[in-house]
Write a protein that binds this ligand. Structure first.
Ligand SMILES: Cc1cc2nc3c(=O)[nH]c(=O)nc-3n(C[C@H](O)[C@H](O)[C@H](O)COP(=O)(O)OP(=O)(O)OC[C@H]3O[C@@H](n4cnc5c(N)ncnc54)[C@H](O)[C@@H]3O)c2cc1C
Length: 393
């Protein structure tokens, strides 16, 4: 049962939290991970797509995690043209996050972290301006736990950062409102993900069809908050379902937000680190945050273990996490954000033109870079944006 003190308390049992708990425990810290829901990994609020190379950095991939292997993508233009592109070097997965997340928490537990579900953190505690613990409800009882370091892995709706006075708000235009159906009884090509772009499909975002086994798929949409007030994500998605898959049975409906802005540069304060969605660590072009959240949790867990050994929980020490995270992916995500802005400035006519150009390339010669080249041909300014981005201007 709970102790009154740990070296590290992790709030939230998603992939970022489990990685942080796992690494901190491996590094010798006493660790407690608290998850408000009844189960780790459920309910699933995710399209569940992740790249093999990203996951392999941390874990050996188990068959039970993989619902579908993805070897290529179809990009749907505004007028409905489908451009089929094979992945040359990467394999993607549509995961079973229910199993995947659960296993990650087991890895953390096997390394010595204590894991509690139905443990709702309702505040943090402070002493001398330093975060030093959490207050939670556990099975109807209030508990206080002291910690040398708290890691906030509590997802998009993170309150840990806000309680600590950090600026965690996301601008409306950068917040994608997302809705996803898990559907059965659809005819769908396995191993190919489909992504539709354009203002008629998903303004400021995209609509995805991720196959997940026999006649089954995650079909969802994310649209920028700038547009969702005029027409909701649900309306866009329902129109698409009616048009493309009128016989589909919708077995699960879920909605959520995806912060598709820039990641927080320094998601730390004395005694506190934020990881994953809580620190907006999502690829702004794809809305993918599983692998980057895991990476951030992995780094934060190691920095936490080192901080415990050195008995230094100051913001200066914990900035080692911010700096390593920024180097690992944060800086790139800042760049991707600028590219996303440029791509979203393409009109539906531009996107249709690009689709036609790429379709004229023989199938076996088509790559994602040929899509990009066609985009640049149509809108040379894009190359300037991209060059600026990589030059860091
Ligand atoms: C519709 C949709 C589709 C997506 N599709 C993809 C995709 O295909 N690929 C991809 O890579 N990413 C996708 N994402 C993003 C991805 O789901 C997240 O980036 C990822 O789950 C982040 O992991 P995390 O551990 O930071 O947060 P989460 O997975 O959100 O975990 C946070 C955990 O904290 C718990 N928690 C929150 N508050 C408290 C509290 N007060 N006390 C205790 N526990 C608390 C929550 O219950 C939750 O379990 C999608 C997101 C959405 C909304």
């Amino acid at each position: 049962m709970f102790k009154s003190k740990y070296d590290v308390v992790v709030v939230g049992g998603g992939p970022s939290g489990s990685m942080a708990a796992w690494e901190a425990a491996k590094g010798g810290a006493s660790v407690c991970m608290l998850e408000k829901d009844r189960d780790i990994g459920y309910p699933v609020r995710c399209g569940e797509a992740a790249g093999e190379s990203g996951l392999k950095q941390f874990v050996d991939i188990k068959d039970s995690w993989v619902a579908e292997r993805i070897t290529g993508a179809k990009l749907g233009s505004p007028s409905g043209k489908l451009v089929d592109v094979e992945f040359k070097s990467e394999t993607g997965f549509i995961l079973n996050r229910r199993v995947f997340d659960y296993d990650l928490s087991r890895y953390a537990a096997n390394a010595g972290a204590e894991v509690y579900t139905k443990a709702y953190v309702k505040n943090i505690s402070n002493a001398n301006g330093q975060v030093n613990g959490v207050v939670l409800d556990y099975l109807g009882e209030e508990k206080k736990i002291l910690a040398k370091i708290v890691i906030g892995a509590d997802g998009l709706t993170s309150r840990v950062g806000r309680w600590a006075g950090m600026k965690t708000q996301v601008r409306m235009k950068d917040m994608e409102s997302a809705l996803q159906y898990s559907v059965s009884n659809i005819d769908i090509e396995p191993n190919k993900m489909i992504m539709y772009v354009g203002k008629n499909h998903a303004p400021g975002g995209y609509l995805w069809v991720f196959p997940k086994g026999d006649k089954f798929a995650n079909i969802g949409i994310g649209i920028s908050g700038k547009y969702s007030k005029h027409k909701s994500a649900k309306k866009f998605l329902d129109e698409f379902m009616e048009r493309e898959y009128p016989d589909a049975a919708i077995l699960t409906t879920m909605c959520g937000g995806v912060p598709c802005g820039k990641p927080m540069r320094n998601p730390v304060s004395d005694g506190l680190m934020l990881v994953g969605d809580a620190a907006h660590q999502i690829n702004p072009m794809t809305g993918g945050g599983i692998v980057s959240g895991m990476k951030a949790g992995w780094i934060a867990g190691q920095v936490a273990a080192e901080a415990i050994i050195k008995e230094n929980y100051s913001v200066k020490m914990l900035n080692n996490y911010s700096d390593a995270m920024w180097k690992a992916f944060g800086k790139n995500y800042e760049r991707f954000y600028k590219i996303k802005e440029a791509v979203h400035n393409l009109s539906d006519e531009d996107l249709d033109y690009i689709a036609e150009q790429v379709l004229s390339i023989p199938h076996n010669k088509r790559t994602l870079s040929s899509v990009f080249k066609a985009a640049v041909f149509k809108k040379p300014a894009l190359i300037i944006d991209v060059l600026k981005v990589f030059a860091g201007v």
